[in-house]
Write a protein that binds this ligand. Structure first.
Ligand code: NAD
Length: 349
């Protein structure tokens, strides 16, 4: 296998202002690349989230914009594609916006990248939730070769799978060195509640369960446990995720899929306890019925293939990661509050 390195490399990160993208940029900078080019239209992120460094450049625009695509350098060494229309609920509210920012983004990017001669790897942010079995019985670890259903609960989920299929096509037809990184549930610093533009639902503000619970818990609110917190997820700390993505770029085999997972199943009720413990919130949880669109139940990812082929293992336990997120949230509460309050007029309607 070729030995690749990020040192002196020219790297594209599409969606690099976002939660995972900005953490990835930070981690890449440790490897002394010559340039990290971020393309991000700030649809679900903030410009201040792009790490500042002399070798980081942010092009503020959509990767579907032909002028932006034309301006990409031809000598890119690596590309990470993390842009999406965040998230499931917003995609249900506006499937066309999801198509524009979650499907067309992928197609137009791969069409631009397909003939680049230097390109070592294109890493795509795929979603473990799009392939996990829907069960409330005991979950078994989802493997990379798990069957994929043609029936999905959100346009977001469909778009993430179409991205995998386009990548597979561009690999076969054009030799695009495409690797799929299937994410489990990422949590950690730099996920800003309310980041970006209003996307049609309150989930523009309340992005994901972990940052939402941390925010509410710090405010001494009762954490809402839909379906009584029986659902489970595989929570992976964002710094581990960034390392896993870099592992996919350096050692992933083109056309292959790798789960980036902790391999540990945590119920939402357990997550709530961990967060309330870290913040010292004494308010009892609020038990609620299940969301009508959500049939995902219990799930976690298999870690075997990523460990064997990339040498990747998640290092940060929930018991360490949650206090780090609580600390970051405390330190950034003014920024988070400003972003959340921007959407107050829409929430009030
Ligand atoms: N966070 C998770 O738990 C998780 C789980 C599964 C998959 N993923 C995938 O990982 C990726 C990153 O997720 P995240 O949590 O960091 O989300 P995020 O919303 O923070 O990041 C997505 C970024 O893409 C940008 N973007 C949207 N449309 C764009 C466009 N047309 N052109 C350029 N940039 C555009 C957004 O502004 C944002 O900065 C996404 O592709 C997501 O589907 C994330």
């Amino acid at each position: 296998m070729d030995e690749y390195t990020f040192k002196n490399a020219r790297i594209l990160v599409v969606g690099g202002a976002g939660f995972v993208g900005s953490n990835l940029v930070l981690k890449l900078l440790e490897e002394e690349p010559s340039e990290v080019l971020v393309v991000d239209n700030l649809l679900s992120s903030e410009a201040c989230n792009v790490p500042e460094a002399p070798n980081v450049r942010h092009v503020c625009g959509s990767i579907t914009d032909d002028a932006v695509l034309r301006s990409l350098p031809d000598d890119l060494d690596f590309a990470f594609h993390l842009a999406c229309y965040h998230g499931n609920q917003s995609s249900i509210a506006d499937p066309l916006a999801d198509h524009e920012n979650n499907t067309l983004t992928t197609l137009k990017l791969f069409e631009r990248l397909k003939d680049l001669k230097n390109l070592r790897k294109v890493v795509y942010a795929a979603a473990g939730c799009a392939v996990a079995e829907k069960t409330y019985d005991d979950a078994v670890a989802t493997t990379e070769d798990a069957p994929v259903s043609l029936f999905h609960d959100s346009p977001y989920s469909i778009s993430k799978l179409i991205g995998e299929m386009y990548g597979n096509y561009y690999h076969r037809a054009h030799g695009l060195p495409f690797v799929k990184a299937r994410f489990q549930n990422v949590y950690g610093p730099r996920e800003i509640l309310g980041a970006g533009r209003w996307r049609g639902t309150p989930h523009t503000v309340w992005r994901n369960v972990t940052p939402t619970f941390v925010w509410k818990s710090l405010s001494r609110e009762a954490l809402p446990l839909e379906n009584e917190g029986r659902s489970s997820r595989d929570f992976i700390y964002v710094e581990d995720m960034a390392r896993g993505l870099m592992g996919c770029a350096l050692a992933g085999k083109p056309s292959e899929t790798y789960n980036l997972a902790s391999g540990r199943e945590t119920t939402i009720a357990e997550l709530a306890v961990a967060i309330n413990t870290a913040t010292g919130n004494p308010t009892p949880v609020n038990l609620l019925p299940a969301r009508d669109w959500d049939r995902s139940g219990k799930r976690f990812g298999s870690t075997e293939k990523a460990k064997a082929e990339l040498g990747f293992e998640a290092r940060v336990e929930i018991s360490e990661g949650i206090p780090l997120l609580v600390q970051w949230t405390r330190e950034n509460q003014d920024l988070i509050k400003t972003c959340m309050e921007r959407h107050a007029p829409f929430l009030a309607k």
